[in-house]
Design a protein around this ligand. Structure first.
Ligand SMILES: [Ca+2]
Ligand SMILES: [Ca+2]
Ligand SMILES: [Ca+2]
Ligand SMILES: [Ca+2]
Length: 546
């Protein structure tokens, strides 16, 4: 069997020491404003009684000078210059009060309403009640008119805090804005979005610090395995595999300990897996650090295949992929690769997909300097390139040669395996997102781009071992961003009643990407990960993915 040297695709030189990275965790003020959906009748509508003097008018003094004539569409129709008759019966507002108004519109039983009471009747001016009998607006109007205490009745809006997240460093994580994550908030991030299932993301990597404060809440546990009894309780072939596995355990480390070991050949680089795990599934809204793309209802299955050195192997990689698939991983992230064509890994990825696991992998970092400009090399999906040198130190002409890499080159051949290029999280002046200079590319076998660098600060911000944080860049970082998004899409589709196969999940993510003109010719379909388009694709077309 050929032993392939696995590489990780973290770009060197962007590292932040642990002490420095702690300082980076600066507090950012969060957006915390109140808003309800629609225009609030309280602020928009003027009660008949208040206006015609039939109520005491002691509440809510009108302040006409504060009304801008141009501020809100439709305001003029409610403006102070209009006669009262024009906007009679607009107590129950929302859009109907701003456009065509239907007094016969039935208000359903159970609708939450709020009455504004005259101060002489109640010290509590705003009284909430629920409609127990279906009525139309005219009928409600009559009731309000007949009660001298009621100045107006309006719909009781649901207010929410417009908070992105309470994680203090989330504003430093450019990937969220590049993906339009907060615009997709209601679908993917709102606590009331109905996602209840835990989606499992396997991180096959250099190990994960499962004790990290921002990862610990999301660490997968094998509930069928009794810890530390020396017995393989769930008979999956692994004794006491409770929180992951180390397929390259070394020295005194137990095989069931997936935490990273210091790499003897490049100490410090073993932080890779912890960083990758945080990008996909760091804890969301727990008041610390940043967050993963899916930081809630997600579990991280930590699988270490590197042990104490930077070299992995086919056997460990394939064992880990099989373990993940056999033990319920929904998504398997492979931020790694090996030069050449590894047929056994090809077969293992197919095995995992048939077991229900989507596989996401990094396109690779390649440095080719063309006319003084760094550009990544083209990734091949043609077997005839399988013997090309992936990391030539020779001339640019050699460097420009296409290279073939496992598993990235399999992207176009396997539905259910997504190959990811790196984009920069910072757009240009025209708000366009471009490929990171180091990222490999291909219009056929690189299937989507996602942030893996952040100009100005360089890398993406995520977790590092020992409760620290820092920035790393590379296609290794792009891959878990897509893995996290895949987890979100799978969970949200499940809530919609559709269990996505890995093949359909890949199709959904790519169809739900956005086209970026600067990715033309570099990524299949010029697609960049986009959570708003993805949410819309699920909302509108989920049945076509059954
Ligand atoms: Ca077991
Ligand atoms: Ca056991
Ligand atoms: Ca957090
Ligand atoms: Ca594919």
């Amino acid at each position: 069997m050929r032993a392939l040297l696995l590489q990780i695709y973290m770009r060197g030189g962007a590292r932040v020491s642990r002490n420095e990275s702690k300082k980076i965790v600066a507090l950012f003020a969060m957006t915390l404003t109140l808003a309800g959906c629609g225009l609030d009748p309280f602020s928009q509508l003027i009660s008949n009684k208040l206006r015609d003097g039939s109520g005491s008018g002691t509440t809510a003094p009108l302040c006409p000078q504060a009304l801008s004539t141009s501020s809100i569409l439709g305001m003029q129709t409610l403006g102070l210059s209009q006669s009262l008759d024009d906007h009679k019966k607009v107590h129950l507002g929302r859009s109907s009060s701003l456009g065509t108004f239907d007094a016969q519109r039935k208000i359903k039983v159970g609708t939450r309403l709020v009455a504004t009471l005259d101060e002489s009747c109640s010290s509590r001016i705003y009284e909430e009640f629920i409609l127990t009998e279906e009525k139309n607006l005219d009928e409600l109007e009559l009731e309000a008119q007949s009660d001298p205490c009621i100045l107006k009745i309006a719909e009781n809006f649901i207010y929410k805090i417009n908070m992105t997240s309470n994680d203090p460093a989330i504003s430093q994580q450019g990937q969220f804005s590049a993906l339009r994550a907060f615009t997709s908030y209601d679908t993917f991030y709102d606590a009331n979005n109905g996602i209840t299932n835990n989606v499992v993301v396997a991180i096959v990597d250099s190990g994960v610090d499962i004790d990290h404060q921002d990862l610990r809440p999301n660490i997968w546990r094998n509930i069928d395995e009794t810890p530390n009894n020396g017995v393989d309780d769930d008979q999956n072939g692994y004794i006491d595999d409770v929180e992951g596995w180390n397929f390259a355990a070394h020295g005194n480390q137990a095989p069931n300990d997936p935490r990273p070991l210091t790499w003897t050949d490049s100490p410090g680089d073993e932080v890779h897996g912890t960083h990758v795990a945080g990008l996909a599934a760091g804890a969301w809204n727990n008041n610390m650090g940043g967050a993963g793309i899916m930081g809630r209802n997600v579990k991280i299955m930590a699988l270490n295949i590197f042990g104490d050195s930077s070299s992995g192997s086919t056997s460990r990689l394939n064992q880990a992929i099989r373990y993940a698939a056999d033990n319920g991983a929904d998504v398997i992230n492979l931020s790694l690769g090996a030069c050449g064509l590894d047929q056994t890994t090809f077969d293992t990825i197919l095995y995992a997909i048939c077991k229900g696991s989507l596989v996401v992998t990094a396109a690779g970092n390649t440095f080719y300097i063309n006319n003084g400009v760094i550009t990544g090399r083209e990734l091949s999906d043609n077997q005839s390139d399988a013997n090309n040198d992936c990391n030539p130190t020779a001339t640019p002409s050699t460097g420009a040669q296409k290279f073939f890499q496992t598993p990235a080159s399999f992207g176009s051949s396997i539905n259910g395996l997504i190959t990811v290029a790196s984009s920069d999280a910072v757009p240009d002046a025209l708000n366009r997102y471009s490929k990171s200079d180091f990222s490999a590319w291909s219009a056929t076998t690189v299937e989507i781009a996602a942030p893996g660098s952040q100009s100005g600060t360089r890398g993406l911000y995520s977790t590092l071992p020992s409760n620290s944080y820092g920035r790393q860049e590379g296609t290794s970082m792009s891959s878990p961003v897509v893995a996290g998004a895949a987890a979100l899409a799978k969970a949200y589709s499940l809530r919609k009643g559709v269990t996505l196969t890995p093949m359909n999940l890949e199709r959904l993510i790519e169809t739900g990407g956005r086209q970026e003109v600067l990715l033309n010719g570099l990524v299949k379909g010029s697609k960049h990960l986009d959570l708003v388009n993805l949410a819309n694709e699920i909302e509108n077309n989920i049945n076509s993915y059954r």
